[in-house]
Design a protein around this ligand. Structure first.
Ligand code: SAH
Ligand code: SF4
Ligand code: F3S
Length: 452
């Protein structure tokens, strides 16, 4: 892997513009796609008006995610009018879910490519240039894009994503991901470690290892057996100056071995994203999450015991099928007992063909979902504020990620616990440096401090 290919190539050549929706895996996939297209001679542009090809990397996780993309496609008509040879490609999860329907419904779409067919994009683009429709939505059992060096599209040059596996085998009843991304498969660890090394040598100081369920990462080929704790340790050993994060952990697979591995390496960041989805065991069963409230709380107890300074965050779904007021209260009480640092919170959105759509009724009225979600968000704001207040007066090592949006005179960065810290700039400091910051004040979203 080559350091000089880390950043996008610009200059002469046909121009490609990529817009990305959805999760971190999609962000990283767009970087893989750009790498493939650069090899085909395309050059990257941030100006959509310059584009010869527009790719929209899409998300299907909730209905509103898809609605946003339909709206965006309507806006693209103007570019197509101005440039008759412009090609528009829908890639990613919505492409996989809707297939040809995308072309039939919106006649400006030329290319449809699912998450496992990105190597085929150059051919699909050629085919579309010749005026034919170009669709590839085949899912694969093997594809991991293992040896492709993603072209980094992050703005700071400090923090990057590395996908370590693809797909998901969990079949949570509400979730579309197993259908859009196919079965779970792990990527060759040597290529993961090489990619992290290249990033570190190129100035990056933080990598986030990505998968839908990273705890079940397993490579077992050619006499090389690597599980997730072993992979984490290998990446951590690249340098103590490289911070390593990972997402997402599934509670059913979060082992004490993983926690002990984290405890051994200070550069394995003290933050675990452990989506609970609900605090009611009855709901968890219906969701097919394969753990109970008690199991989840036992995992939290292990984290507290082995990694006392670890932040814990979650995802919560409000108003899943048959959810009662008592189930909802169980979710609130779970959130309180854990004391989450942060959370992503959603209203349940029925997705076609999932187990829930086929077998359960989406019977919680929308206003009840909204009301429950509001309570969940309110509680989380209180919990985040409480957690941040505990940090006031303490010192943290912060990795500087950029200039604060609010003021040119301030930097922002993160603690190992993944909390954002804002502090005054000093001429001796630059983006990518580690700095010790004393926290003086906070809101529910941000810590404010000074360099010491
Ligand atoms: N693999 C990850 C999550 C991927 S999706 C995990 O299991 O944790 C991210 C989050 O979106 C999920 O954790 C869930 O909270 C939410 N989500 C998924 N499907 C949803 C749906 N149909 N309606 C509302 N939220 C959903
Ligand atoms: Fe969806 Fe569940 Fe897989 Fe996460 S673990 S991607 S929620 S099926
Ligand atoms: Fe969305 Fe696909 Fe990610 S549905 S959340 S982009 S895996």
């Amino acid at each position: 892997m080559d350091i000089k290919n880390l950043r996008p190539l610009t200059g002469e050549g046909r121009k490609i513009y990529i817009e990305t929706y959805g999760c971190q895996m999609n962000v990283n996939d767009s970087e893989v796609v750009l790498s493939i297209m650069q090899d085909e001679g395309f050059r990257y542009t941030e100006d959509i008006a310059q584009a010869d090809v527009i790719f929209v990397n899409t998300c299907s996780i909730r209905d509103n995610a898809e609605q946003r993309i339909w709206g965006r496609l309507k806006e693209f008509k103007q570019y197509k009018k101005r440039n008759k040879s412009l090609l528009i490609g829908i890639i990613g999860c919505m492409a996989e879910r809707l297939k040809e329907e995308l072309i039939e419904k919106e006649n400006i779409v030329d290319i449809v490519a699912g998450p496992d067919s990105y190597r085929d994009l150059p051919r699909l683009v050629r085919q579309a240039s010749d005026g034919a429709t170009a669709v590839n939505v085949l899912l694969s059992r093997e594809e991991t894009y293992a040896e492709i060096s993603p072209v980094r599209l992050d703005k700071n040059g400090v923090s990057a994503f590395i996908s370590i596996m693809r797909g998901c085998n969990n079949m949570c009843a509400y979730c579309v991901v197993p259908y859009t991304r196919g079965t779970e498969r792990s990527r060759n660890p040597e290529t993961i470690i090489a990619e992290a090394k290249t990033l570190f040598e190129g100035g990056y100081r933080e990598v986030t290892l990505l998968g839908q369920n990273v705890n079940s990462y397993l490579w077992n080929k050619d006499g090389n057996k690597t599980d997730f704790p072993a992979l984490l340790a290998a990446v951590a050993e690249i340098s103590p100056l490289l911070r390593v994060r990972f997402s997402t952990s599934h509670p059913k697979d979060l082992s004490d071995e993983l926690l002990h591995t984290m405890a051994r390496y200070p550069n394995l960041c003290r933050a675990i994203h452990l989506p609970a989805q609900s605090g009611s065991t009855r709901m968890l069963e219906l969701m097919n999450r394969k753990y109970s409230r008690e199991w989840y709380l036992d995992r939290i107890a292990s984290i507290r015991r082995i990694l006392p300074d670890c932040a814990i965050s979650t995802d919560i779904i409000a108003g899943f099928c048959t959810e009662t007021e008592q189930d909802h209260k169980d979710t609130l009480s779970l959130m309180e007992s854990v004391g989450y640092e942060s959370a992503f919170m959603f209203k349940y959105s029925e997705r076609p063909n999932t187990k829930a759509a086929r077998h359960f009724k989406d019977d919680v009225p929308d206003d009840v979902k909204t009301q429950r979600l509001t309570q969940i968000i309110q509680l989380q704001n209180e919990l985040s504020l409480k957690s941040n207040k505990k940090d006031v007066g303490r010192e943290f090592e912060v990795l500087i990620e950029g200039v604060s949006k609010r003021s040119e005179n301030q930097f922002f960065g993160r603690t190992s616990q993944n909390k954002v810290v804002v502090f005054d700039r000093k001429p001796s400091l630059k983006i990518g440096d580690y700095v010790n910051v004393k926290i003086n004040d906070c809101s529910s979203a941000t810590l404010m401090g000074e360099v010491i």
